[in-house]
Design a protein around this ligand. Structure first.
Ligand code: SAM
Length: 229
């Protein structure tokens, strides 16, 4: 989409974010979706990454113990077709096999590892969610997906590539990427990493996926002053 002559330039979000998910999500909503009405977090857990500004986001989770608004799986979302503006997806980021029995317990609940899969990577989680996203998202609706690459079984697991391949396969468009580095991140620590010949993994990706072409029909961020706080 071209900017009409005389329109102000867009105050753009940087592609690298130093800080926490909470502030980044706030900035992403302000930039990509300031007018979103129906916001659904399909695996909300205890909503650590949401601030108070997001009280209009509806939280789903498969685990009733985290007390979501609706207990359900992203395999079958309760929403009617084409009714959701933004769907947020922060799945378990490691396969079940990545955790020892001892380390699994504290992380099972917090990060949903008990609901992950036994494999070398978590790619299988994505397709069912994306099929449902395609059904429930409005035209130009968005997914904000938190995706993490990681080392498992002595191999780098290219989760971002696998996720984007699934996005394209269902007919959605991966549109944008923000690399997040959280100074307080990297909670999953093990002494084994001291001997690993890989860069210390301190980042994750937030992928912006659109149900439509990359550029929306209307550029919401041209209207300044939208803060969701
Ligand atoms: C990394 S945690 C999400 C953390 C959350 N974003 C927060 O801020 O607290 C992943 C969540 O995905 C949930 N989950 C796993 N498989 C699911 C599925 N098929 N449908 C819905 N939720 C699922 C887990 O129960 C877990 O709560």
């Amino acid at each position: 989409m071209k900017l009409a002559h005389g329109q102000p330039p867009i105050a753009r979000l940087d592609s690298v974010w130093n800080g926490r998910d909470r502030e980044l999500l706030n900035a992403m909503f302000s930039f990509y979706a300031p007018r979103a009405q129906r916001i659904v977090d399909v695996c909300c857990n205890v909503r650590r990454m949401w601030g108070r500004w997001a009280s209009n986001a509806v939280g789903y989770d498969i685990d009733p113990e985290v007390r979501p608004d609706v207990v359900c799986s992203w395999h079958a979302l309760p929403d009617a077709d084409h009714t959701v503006d933004v769907l947020v997806y922060d799945p378990p980021h490691l396969p079940l096999a990545a955790a020892s029995a001892r380390s699994l317990a504290p992380f099972a609940k917090r990060y949903g590892l008990a609901h992950s899969i036994r494999a070398d990577n978590v790619a299988e989680l994505h397709a069912p969610m994306l099929r449902e996203a395609r059904r429930v998202l409005r035209t130009d609706g968005l997914i904000f997906a938190k995706i993490k690459d990681y080392i498992h079984n002595h191999r780098y697991q290219w989760n971002l590539e696998l996720f984007n391949a699934n996005v394209r396969a269902v007919g959605l468009t991966p549109c944008d990427l923000i690399v997040k580095r959280d100074p307080a991140g990297g909670t999953l620590k093990s002494g084994r990493w001291r001997r690993a010949y890989h860069a210390r993994n301190v980042h994750c990706f937030w992928v912006v996926v659109r149900n439509g072409r990359c550029e929306p029909r209307f550029l919401p961020s041209l209207e300044r002053g939208h803060s969701r706080r």
